[in-house]
Design a protein. Structure first.
Length: 474
């Protein structure tokens, strides 16, 4: 194991790597149930069989993709069907179903064909090393904003969709933070009724977990993120029992038999190319390119951001074996398409494991094994409450924002692109979107400043491509 993963060379140990892999898994385990919910509209489209199929595809694609990252690149990054991309995929499938006049399940095969082709395109770009030229074209200003942007996304996910401190539209089962402080707890309790207690438990759980992680990290306790999540989970379980709820009730009716049959019947290599082109050839091609671009830039941003935070960049600001990491990601997308899910990409939650000291592929391998185990113990993994996950996400997000101290705020060609990148990355929940607006802003400002020579041709081309992407997809 030492020889294969080069643990001593990377300044780590087996224990550290396993703890890091466990931390990464616990922060991204939510995708196991959330992805099939999003791709099937909580079972409304395709019913329970399609939900089961996507559930298995999610686990297998995450495990295989992460194993590829461990073996090919020896990096501590985990992969799974990407958030944002899965919602976009569901929209595309619904559009195909309407255009082709077929059921959602039949159109699902058309969507999988798009993912397969985008994955193949991504793989070709990586093998031809065009990807390296694209990375080199990203200006220093944009590079500095990437880790901080990812940090804001983690904080947003943790406080919003996971912990329920607020919702994007001010509605939902919990309260919007501003309204709570504006109207006061009494008015909020009157408006929420019985769900008020649950909301309070969520918030307290998240903050207790966050403070526990922060204190343990300050004292340099190994496994601080994991221990904080465990402490938060225990508090949540005790609170649930105190309110007369049973957080373990789902185990009584849970099935521990993997639903392989549904996957083989509905999604496994079930590509439907004829329905794909019901969108029209131009729209189909642009959709494929769009998925490829988003996957590529999300991956570039995530790999660079987490690697920078961990001190894994070389003296030139590059990550060793970046090309192999990108190849692993592109192959993971192909695996996802073959099993039956949307684009598989490197997860920003990998930062949790990196923060715990994960530096090699052993971290990723540990995460992959835990994903595979969830084929049999998914109900148990689901017992980790969302606010416990939120605590880890918020803490890691805060740490990743430290890259902003290197930005030259007196230079508008740095400060403006970084500010726009941060806002777009958080609001759109897309790393690629943030990079795109950052590149566009940098290019325009440099040209208007009369410094077009500072902008490479490839940077200009990428900016134009992103302008085209935004107009086509928004």
């Amino acid at each position: 194991m030492e020889k294969f993963f080069k643990l001593k060379e990377n300044g780590t140990t087996v224990r550290t790597e396993i703890l890091a892999g466990l931390s990464t898994f616990m922060t991204m385990a939510y995708i196991i149930a959330l992805n099939p919910n999003l791709l099937t509209d909580f079972g409304a489209n395709g019913g329970q069989p399609l939900w089961n199929a996507v559930f298995m595809a999610t686990i297998l694609s995450a495990a295989v993709g992460t194993i590829l990252m461990a073996v090919l690149a020896n990096k501590p990054f985990a992969m799974a069907p990407g958030m944002g991309l899965n919602s976009y995929f569901a929209t595309v499938v619904a559009t195909i179903a309407t255009a082709a006049g077929v059921t959602y399940v039949e159109a699902f095969g058309g969507g999988l064909a798009i993912i397969l082709l985008s994955g193949i395109l991504f793989t070709v770009l990586t093998l031809l090393k065009i990807r390296e030229k694209i990375v080199a074209a990203i200006p220093q200003a944009v590079r500095l904003g990437i880790p901080a942007g990812i940090g804001l996304m983690l904080i947003n996910i943790g406080l919003g969709s996971n912990a329920g401190l607020y919702t994007a539209d001010g509605e939902g089962p919990f309260y919007m933070l501003a309204s709570f402080f504006t109207n006061g707890p009494s008015a909020t309790k009157a408006a929420m009724g019985d769900s008020y207690g649950t909301m309070v438990l969520y918030v307290i759980t998240m903050f207790v977990g966050l403070f526990t992680i922060a204190i343990l990290n300050h004292k340099k306790v190994k496994g601080s993120v994991l221990l904080g999540m465990v402490a938060a989970s225990v508090l949540y379980w005790i609170g649930s029992f105190a309110m007369g709820q049973n957080p373990f009730a789902s185990l009584a009716t849970a099935s521990f038999i993997p639903p392989f049959q549904d996957m083989f019947e509905l999604t496994f290599f079930k590509f439907n190319f004829p329905t794909l082109f019901s969108l029209g050839y131009f729209s189909a091609i642009m959709t494929i390119i769009s998925f490829c671009m988003v996957d590529m830039f999300d991956t570039i941003g995530t790999l660079y951001g987490t690697a920078k935070r961990a001190g894994m960049l070389d003296k030139n600001g590059e990550m060793p074996n970046m090309n192999k990491a990108m190849l692993s990601d592109s192959l993971g997308t192909c695996v996802g398409a073959c099993t039956g899910t949307s684009t598989v990409t490197t997860f920003i939650e990998s930062a949790a494991g990196v923060e715990e000291g994960g530096r090699t592929g052993l971290t990723a391998l540990t995460t992959a094994i835990l994903f595979l185990a969830c084929m049999f113990i998914a109900p148990i993994a689901a017992l980790i409450p969302a606010p416990a996950t939120s605590a880890a996400l918020v803490f890691v997000g805060v740490l990743m924002m430290s890259s902003l101290k290197e930005v030259d705020y007196n230079d508008i060609s740095q400060s403006v692109p970084v500010a726009l990148l941060l806002i777009f990355m958080m609001v759109t929940s897309g790393v690629g979107n943030g990079i795109g607006i950052g590149l566009i802003a940098y290019t325009i400002i440099k040209i208007c400043m009369g410094k077009i020579k500072d902008v490479s041709i490839l940077t200009i081309i990428l900016s134009l491509l992103f302008i085209g992407k935004f107009f086509i997809t928004f």
